[in-house]
Ligand binder design. Structure first.
Ligand code: B4P
Length: 188
């Protein structure tokens, strides 16, 4: 089973590219952001619990995320590959993911990191706020999400470099060009 992690700051294009990669390779796309947003819009007990935090740009607790990932893995275990989009976002989540995969005889195959500068990230997210009205895409919340990324998520770069699975791809340009570069780096 191929486990691909799409990595990068908010707005880097993880979701955009994950959909295309999953379609091309026939893998399952798992977006923790999408799963959480669906819980919020369906007003489930989990959704009610995470709504305020998400809207203010906070990370949702590791325990909840690990539970979500475990059930997604079980549910989609027949797929030959996964594209993880938005997970892991903390070192604890990365450790738990390794444990989860190891239990089934697997490991993280590749981490592709989308490199996009801060101004471009803010521009994209403000544009998305305009187009889709996502509550966590306001200027203030974007700033907070980027701080959270630097603090909690960026340290994962070293974690995966040490494991020799980390590769960077320049994430500015057309969606198609970036997609082609990502595909060139994937060797299932
Ligand atoms: P996510 O849904 O993962 O949101 P994201 O990081 O903003 O998006 P992404 O990088 O996927 O960007 P996209 O392709 O959409 O997370 C939202 C929240 O959920 C988090 O803040 C947190 O609260 C919670 N959460 C999720 N996972 C968690 C975890 N593991 N632990 C704790 N909390 C968690 O692209 C952005 C925009 O750019 C789009 O409008 C797109 O059209 C545009 N775009 C993409 N590529 C482009 C390109 N090449 N050029 C121009 N525009 C482009």
């Amino acid at each position: 089973m191929f486990t691909l992690i799409l990595f990068g700051p908010p707005g880097a294009g993880k979701g955009t590219q994950a959909v295309k990669i999953a379609e091309k390779f026939g893998w399952k796309h798992i977006s923790t952001g999408d799963i959480l947003r669906a819980e919020v819009s369906n007003c489930t007990p989990l959704g009610l619990k995470v709504k305020a935090g998400m809207e203010s740009g906070q990370l949702v607790s590791d325990d909840l995320l690990i539970e979500i990932m475990e059930s997604a893995f079980l549910k989609y275990s027949t797929f030959s590959g996964f594209v993880l989009d938005g997970f892991p976002r903390t070192l604890n989540q990365a450790h738990e993911l390794d444990k989860m995969l190891m239990k089934h005889g697997h490991a993280v195959s590749l981490v592709l990191a989308l490199e996009v500068d801060k101004d471009e990230l803010a521009r994209r997210l403000l544009q998305r706020a305009h187009d889709q009205g996502r509550k966590d895409d306001t200027a203030e919340v974007i700033k907070h999400r980027l701080v959270q990324y630097q603090h909690y998520t960026k340290p994962l770069v070293d974690y995966y470099i040490v494991r020799d699975v980390y590769q960077e791809v320049y994430g500015v340009g057309t969606i198609e060009d970036i997609f082609n570069q990502l595909c060139d780096a994937i060797h299932p």
